[in-house]
Design a protein. Structure first.
Length: 283
């Protein structure tokens, strides 16, 4: 039997599996079974909680002096992912509850580098680190650099961003309702990124305020995506022409997140995190 904890951040949900000494090797099939909403525990992803010094990848183990704990994140289809913004907060909530970290600020390791997390009245805020426009020259010339075609829809321009994981953000044209989008299948991206990308569809609500739906690679549509919310806010900020450090409010189907641009081309994501169940499962 293997211990697990179930948690979510704005209803982006995860199965956490503690493996503090790195003795458990989760296979893609096991991850798929854990994440299965009918035959398993159900989740948008699976997070193995392990000491960074026990990580398989040399590049991650090298982060051990800066962060004791590694968030080994897997998509629901069993594929490895660089990180997950909402997952970092749920991971942080677990570490604090179990007494594995102390204080109101601490670091964790991800495949996208070391992330700093701080406790807030609403939950947790994580510095997602540096971000960039994938094709800055093309984006500043044309306002977009790729095309996205949602299922049963027409191609629309999009902006690609890298936040440690890849994103394509679409500002919906007038006349297309966010709630009417068909995200049952992955949107097509042209040109297609080598490893795929999360696709965010955005609708302005007011100054510094947007709503968003997302189709995550390896998962499907989710109730929330933390790095996706950051990408959506940064893309909308770019299109606005006012690239200042004011915070953005991002409404997702699962709740509300706050995205704050930081100096040095970094960005912070803040929101709640809930641990809702503990138990044992047979892998």
């Amino acid at each position: 039997m293997t211990r697990f904890t179930k948690g979510h951040g704005t209803e982006n949900d995860f199965v956490l599996v503690p493996d503090l000494e790195g003795t458990l090797e989760l296979t893609p099939a096991q991850v798929q079974r854990l994440a299965d909403r009918h035959a398993g525990l159900g989740g948008d992803g699976v997070i193995r909680v392990v000491r960074t010094e026990h990580a398989v990848d040399d590049s991650v183990r090298a982060l051990a002096p800066a962060a004791e704990w590694f968030m080994d994140y897997r998509n629901a289809d069993g594929s490895l992912a660089e990180m997950c913004g909402n997952g970092t907060r749920v991971f942080a909530a677990y570490l604090r509850r179990e007494g594995l970290v102390t204080g109101d600020s601490f670091t964790i390791a991800t495949r996208a580098g070391v992330k700093t997390i701080r406790v807030t009245p609403q939950g947790y805020a994580v510095n997602l680190g540096p971000w960039r426009l994938t094709d800055e020259e093309g984006a500043r010339r044309d306002g977009f650099d790729i095309m996205v075609r949602p299922h049963h829809g027409k191609p629309v321009p999009a902006l690609s961003l890298d936040l440690g994981n890849p994103h394509a953000v679409v500002m919906l044209p007038e006349g297309i309702a966010l709630e009417n989008l068909d995200l049952t299948e992955a949107p097509e991206i042209h040109p297609a990124p080598t490893g795929g990308a999360n696709v965010e569809f955005v609708r302005p609500v007011g100054p510094g305020h947007i709503s968003m739906r997302v189709h995550e690679r390896g998962v499907g549509e989710t109730r929330s995506c933390g790095t996706g919310a950051a990408a959506a806010a940064l893309a909308t900020r770019f299109w606005s022409g006012v690239e200042d450090d004011r915070p953005w409010t991002v409404d997702v189907p699962g709740g509300r997140l706050t995205v704050t641009p930081l100096p040095g081309q970094c960005v912070e994501l803040a929101g709640p995190a809930e641990l809702v169940a503990d138990g044992d499962v047979t892998l």
